[in-house]
Design a protein around this ligand. Structure first.
Ligand code: ADP
Ligand code: MG
Length: 629
């Protein structure tokens, strides 16, 4: 077949293959256009998961009648003036509308502020229809019907109405977070209506929008992030370690207001939380990066969800550093917020007390957990889960077996507090008075060989002594680890690892940093490195795998976090083995010492596995339980 020029429609359909993957991609492009047009209100209506109908209406500045034909022509945009490196709008490629029009039946009705009437243009599977007059208010309505009717092969890849309509909700929410002052509505026969009223233009407004999207409990269970490094500004919120999800879908990231799904940002979030979350849990995060458009490239993929930073190491360092610091500052704050749910559950009013007594009461307690499920509340990770759930398999049974019978633990309960004798009580009064003012208060007793009960001026604190101690040991180990070179062991024979030449080069460039972490590595010919020493803590390790992972990471992010994270994981494991098992009886001084150490240690509000180390019940809530308030 001779070479020939493809038809305009075919060119557009090829572009559509990349830009328009599914109905949600159409919604994304149309909503972005509405926002670029300065809309204050964006209405989205869908039917059949967006495959039958997508209609986006805005009150933006509209398209003049004489430009309607250009709007649906390929490579025509009003947004990109001169410089591809200075993009300040969401769109810039001028290919969304022609692409969508080549695979569906598209119509655009628009009216500008100065126009005295509206006009409409249509495009049907790539065939342009003539412009005609129409009736409309200021703004633009774009309607897309029968998506992919012109490319039936693509239609076969759709996941079904439910999945497509939920992907549409997700994209609308994702964009809405970045534009809190714009009102968004999403409605249609295939969904329940979503209405996000406009919030004010302020940090509060931004957080209100986040709460509209992510749930009202997010703000209470998150900490604010605000950090700046070399002109890159990071703001947003991340969840506290006891508020997590089983996947990373609730991690929203924005670069200059553009929603992105970026490996580097996701990796940085994982790294920042590595210390405080179990491997299979994910933080809930909303992060906004703002930086000079010239040092980030958004023209990586037609869907514009990928970005490349000129200095990836800087961005990663900023995110990891800022989150870790915020977590450390919030450190001693455990998930006290959940206590409210527990109170509600305990409260006798909940149908149980009159007829059922304690059994029913217990049932309503459970019901309260499950009722909050859909908002992302996970009972088995909540600080208010039944306490014995926490220790299943964590050495609790062993601890129990080690201690003697009841006599001993009963005794401990009495030894612990200032109840021991009248004399002792007199001497301790003053000291106790100051302790009551401390965050974790004065230790009063140890119960069930593992829980320290302490009292502050206005609350009751219960500390899980094993979890708390584990955290303290871990922090100490980590400090030791990062304040001086990590001890290493010589390999009997250096291990030679073959790698692509660029990888060997990258590793060699970072050899000094790697040496600080105990990994002795040298270039060995063009396509290999020789490893002479490994960190002793790693023990017998798969050196080849480690080195390849490191090479990948340096290639992706220009950092060697992997090694540091692995060492931190080992420190965590060591801490777990080295800490006070539950079951050990503690004296009052020991308990108070533990509480003071916790107060002084960043991150001690949760153990290494992200479980809370203590819970706090406000006196006011306790009084409410007893009907005193
Ligand atoms: P891009 O957004 O990359 O410029 P599009 O194909 O999405 O490309 O849109 C083409 C042009 O149509 C835009 O540059 C803009 O001028 C105009 N346009 C599209 N949608 C709207 C809208 N909702 N309001 C005003 N103008 C719009
Ligand atoms: Mg666009």
């Amino acid at each position: 077949m001779p070479i020939r020029q493809l038809s305009e429609t075919m060119i557009n359909q090829i572009a559509a293959g990349e830009v328009i993957e599914r109905p949600a991609s159409v919604v994304k492009e149309l909503v972005e256009n509405a926002l670029d047009a300065g809309a204050s209100k964006v209405e989205v209506v869908t039917a059949g998961g967006g495959l039958n109908l997508i209609r986006v209406t805005d009150d933006g500045f509209g398209i003049p009648e004489q430009e309607l034909a250009l709007a649906i022509a390929r490579h025509c945009t009003s947004k990109l003036a001169e410089d591809i490196h200075d993009i300040r709008s969401l769109g810039f490629r001028g290919e969304a509308l022609p692409s969508i029009g080549s695979v569906s039946r598209l119509s655009i009705r628009s009216r500008t502020a100065s126009g005295d009437s509206a006009a409409e243009i249509g495009i049907d599977g790539g065939r342009v229809l003539p412009v005609k007059p129409a009736a409309a208010n200021r703004g633009t309505t774009v309607e897309v019907r029968d998506l992919f009717f012109a490319t039936p092969a693509r239609l076969k890849f759709m996941k079904g109405e439910r999945a497509e309509s939920s992907a549409i909700s997700d994209i609308v929410k994702r964009i809405a977070i970045a534009f809190p002052t714009v009102r968004f509505t999403l409605a249609g026969s295939d969904r329940t209506t979503l209405d996000l009223p406009a919030a004010e233009d302020s940090a509060d407004g931004s957080l209100r929008r986040v709460a509209q999207v992510m749930g009202a409990d997010f703000p209470d269970n998150s900490i604010a992030i605000d950090a700046m490094r070399e002109g890159v500004h990071l703001t947003g919120h991340v969840s506290i370690p006891s508020f997590t999800r089983a996947n990373a879908l609730q991690q929203y990231a924005y670069v200059n207001g553009r929603p992105v799904r970026d490996k580097l940002i996701a990796g940085a979030i994982r790294g920042a939380f590595a210390d405080v979350l179990p491997r299979d849990r994910h933080a809930v995060t909303v992060l906004f990066l703002s930086l000079d458009p010239a040092i980030v490239d958004v023209n990586v993929h037609p869907a514009k969800a990928d970005v490349r930073f000129r200095d990836p190491g800087l961005v990663r360092g900023l995110i990891v550093g800022a989150i870790r610091q915020a977590l450390a500052e919030a450190g001693i704050r455990s998930a006290t917020t959940g206590a409210a749910g527990m109170m509600a559950a305990f409260r006798p009013g909940a149908a149980s007390y009159d007829h059922g007594g304690p059994t029913n009461g217990h049932r309503s307690y459970e019901a309260a957990f499950h009722a909050s499920g859909p908002t992302g509340f996970d009972p088995s990770r909540s600080p208010q889960r039944p306490l014995d759930m926490q220790f299943a398999g964590a050495g609790f049974e062993r601890g129990n077996a080690r201690t003697g019978g009841f006599g001993e633990s009963d005794q401990a309960a009495f030894d612990a507090g200032p109840l021991a004798s009248a004399d002792a009580r007199a001497g301790q009064n003053e000291a106790t008075e100051t302790l009551l003012g401390a965050v974790l208060g004065a230790a009063r007793a140890q119960v069930h060989e593992n829980y320290i009960v302490a009292q502050t001026r206005d609350s009751l604190v219960i500390v899980d002594q094993h979890a708390a101690h584990e955290r303290l040991v871990y922090e100490a180990l980590k400090n030791a680890l990062h304040s001086r070179p990590v001890p290493s062991q010589m390999l009997l024979l250096p291990e030679i690892i073959d790698l692509p030449e660029e990888d060997a080069e990258r590793l060699a460039m970072h050899s000094e940093t790697l040496a600080r972490f105990g990994l002795g590595i040298e270039r060995f010919g063009p396509g290999a490195v020789a490893v002479r020493e490994t960190p002793s803590m790693l023990g017998e390790t798969n050196v080849g795998q480690l080195v390849r992972d490191l090479a990948d990471e340096i290639a992706d992010n220009d950092t060697v976090e992997t090694l540091k994270e692995r060492l931190d994981t080992i420190a965590a494991t060591m801490a777990c083995h080295g800490s006070v098992r539950s079951g050990r009886l503690l004296k009052a001084e020991e308990m108070n010492a533990l509480l003071r150490q916790m107060e002084a240690t960043p991150g001690s509000g949760t153990c290494n596995h992200g479980r809370p180390t203590y819970i706090e019940l406000k006196l006011a809530d306790i009084e409410r339980l007893f009907g005193r308030r």
